[in-house]
Design a protein around this ligand. Structure first.
Ligand SMILES: O=C(CO)[C@@H](O)[C@H](O)COP(=O)(O)O
Ligand SMILES: [Fe+2]
Length: 216
């Protein structure tokens, strides 16, 4: 299982310590949630913070853009250090073009869907993307309750991906913890994002390791 802890739940006054902890842990990616106060009702952090975090690790920066008109910022996020750039299906008028743009800039291209968006809506973009991020809470905030219908969405999408023989990864984001991680893996998830479950646990490194080896 690929583990991508979300720094939305980190200590912003001491990000360096949390970055170091993640770097030394079994985390695979750093999940970075960018919010603009328009696509979602919250504002998080953006380019300068990501840029300053970049030298703290060689691990991949998995940037989740919860912003309107993400195509305007593709190059800026590349320059700030993004390796994986995920845009929302619901925020893109020209999703196909945006995905091409992300790949042309040498990044892994992801598309995210909100809980109300059926996975079937991705039918005509599936061959173009490297990753599908299924939101298992409504985007905008950490610490929300996992929506159980997500399991059905994962199973449906995983079946379609396997049917087509595509190398697309399924990432699950929102309310992921040690109680649902195994079931998410069994449903077909490849990547788990966890914010609160990692950073609010007494031993974040141990929680990351437990999530990583959930199916061992
Ligand atoms: O994208 C988002 C929220 O919009 C997530 O990445 C959250 O940051 C996950 O936090 P937890 O639900 O794990 O606390
Ligand atoms: Fe996220």
């Amino acid at each position: 299982m690929i583990i991508s802890p979300s720094l939305l739940a980190a200590n912003f006054l001491d990000l360096q310590t949390d970055c170091k902890m993640l770097d030394e842990s079994e985390a695979d990616w750093f999940h970075l949630d960018v919010m603009d106060g328009r696509f979602v009702n919250n504002i998080s952090y953006g380019l300068p913070v990501i840029q300053q975090m970049r030298p703290t690790t060689k691990k991949l920066f998995d940037v989740h853009l919860m912003i309107e008109e993400p195509e305007k910022y593709t190059e800026a996020f590349r320059k700030a250090g993004a390796d994986i750039l995920t845009v929302h299906f619901e925020a893109c008028r020209h999703l196909h073009r945006n995905i091409q743009q992300i790949k042309e800039m040498g990044m892994v291209a992801g598309v995210a869907i909100n809980p109300h968006t059926p996975v079937q809506m991705l039918q005509d973009i599936l061959e173009e993307v490297d990753l599908v991020l299924i939101m298992s809470v409504n985007p905008g905030f950490g610490g929300q309750k996992f929506i159980p219908h997500t399991y059905n969405k994962i199973r449906t999408l995983r079946q379609r991906i396997d049917q087509l023989g595509l190398p697309v990864k399924i990432e699950i984001d929102g309310g992921v913890d040690l109680n649902n991680a195994r079931q998410l893996a069994e449903a077909g998830a490849h990547v788990l994002v966890a914010g609160s479950a990692v950073f609010h646990s007494p031993d974040p490194k141990a929680t990351i390791s437990a999530l990583k080896h959930i199916t061992d």
